[in-house]
Write a protein that binds this ligand. Structure first.
Ligand code: MRU
Length: 362
């Protein structure tokens, strides 16, 4: 996607061979591009959310392993790098998907061959992500086109940031929106602010604004009200892990939006790249590990002060404790459809297996 007319991906290797990312902690106030050099840099970038979003976490881990192989291609480094990066964030399956894929390709190779193959594979994982998301966009744009044909303008609610910043490019939930907008279909987006870290307010709003897409920021509690009043035509969100049965784990608060959508007859779609499917799991509520992050993300908020500095301020009494589960699980029964790179399927075991017969058998 473009920033001020210049095309960007969220992660890339530059001509000097350095891996660069947009440090998302400073958006929308500052565009900071940083190199990731050591294995510790990659681990910190994922854990401390310089980069975030399930597909981008996977792509970053792949590049982290590639850089480690350039430094030390031994079996010991391969294993310890896999373990260190895999421990950074527990919920998004894309992290272990990418690391397992790298290790499976590299482990059988002689050590002298590993660095080159690792870099090629990391690049391939990134390019595949872009293509998957582009396809999700073309399938999803059709749904938006149909809505707009009926209503004049498709009013879409989204939660968190499942945009191009959460992937290598296009985004998952936002890709249909970008494709529809670029095809001249009238769209308007309601952006959930997405406490505690405000990915909607800080990242999705910035992305949509940069692309010229009509949008309004809403507080997380406003979605149900807008749905009751008929102001939302569809909800579309991303996912960090979806079970073989179609249960969807995504940013905390997604479940409440699904409940409100169900109660009000609003279609609730999940944009699902196939690497985000955990084929081993059936019961999302029981089996998906939910990351608990620092209470400080709840007791504090970040913003820009009148002097232009980005600051973090406390909003609670000093002694108030906080819980910070970062994800929740929306049961498959609340999901209207899963929008994959191969098209739309029901959020059921049969629906996913029918869409991915090749992978469901693995
Ligand atoms: O904690 P985050 O910001 O990494 O959470 C991101 C989300 O929940 C996204 O919706 C999800 O990763 C899908 S991104 C295409």
């Amino acid at each position: 996607m473009k920033i001020n007319g210049t095309p960007y991906r969220s992660i890339w290797r530059d001509d000097a061979g350095e891996v660069k990312v947009i440090d998302q902690r400073w958006l929308p106030h500052e565009l900071r591009i940083v190199p990731l050099r050591s294995r510790a840099d990659f681990a910190a970038a994922i854990r401390d959310m310089w980069v975030r979003g399930a597909p981008l976490i996977g792509a970053t881990a792949a590049w982290g392993m590639a850089m480690e192989m350039a430094r030390d291609p031994s079996d010991a480094a391969l294993e310890s790098c896999h373990a260190e990066l895999n421990a950074t964030r527990p919920t998004a399956i894309n992290l272990s998907w990418a690391l397992d894929r790298m290790r499976a390709a590299l482990a059988p190779l002689p050590t002298v061959a590993r660095a080159e193959v690792a870099a090629r594979l990391a690049e391939e994982i990134c390019n595949e992500d872009v293509e998957i998301n582009r396809r999700i966009g073309t399938h999803g744009a059709q749904i938006i086109r149909d809505i707009a044909a009926r209503t004049g303008r498709a009013n879409i609610l989204t939660h968190c940031n499942a945009g191009w910043l959460a992937t290598v490019d296009w985004g998952t939930a936002t890709s249909p929106i970008y494709h529809a907008h670029d095809a001249g279909i009238p769209v308007h987006v309601f952006v959930d602010e997405t406490r505690p870290r405000n990915q909607g307010a800080q990242l999705t709003a910035w992305e949509l604004g940069s692309h010229g897409i009509s949008h309004d920021l809403i507080v997380d509690n406003a979605g149900g009200h807008l749905m009751q009043r008929g102001e939302v035509d569809m909800v579309i969100v991303g996912t960090d892990r979806t079970t073989a049965g179609g249960d969807v784990c995504n940013k905390i608060g997604t479940y409440l939006k699904a409940l409100a959508a169900h109660a009000n007859g609003v279609p609730f779609y999940v944009a699902l790249p196939s690497p985000t499917i955990d084929w081993r799991l059936k019961d999302g509520l029981r089996d998906i590990p939910i990351e608990e992050r620092s209470p400080e993300e709840v007791t504090h908020v970040q913003g820009r002060d009148p002097g232009g500095r980005v600051v973090n301020v406390r909003i609670t009494p000093e002694t108030t404790g906080a819980r910070n589960p970062a994800f929740d699980v929306t049961p498959a029964a609340l999901v209207t459809g899963l929008l994959t790179e191969r098209g739309l399927c029901p959020a059921t075991e049969a629906g996913l297996a029918g869409m991915f017969p090749d992978r469901a058998l693995q």
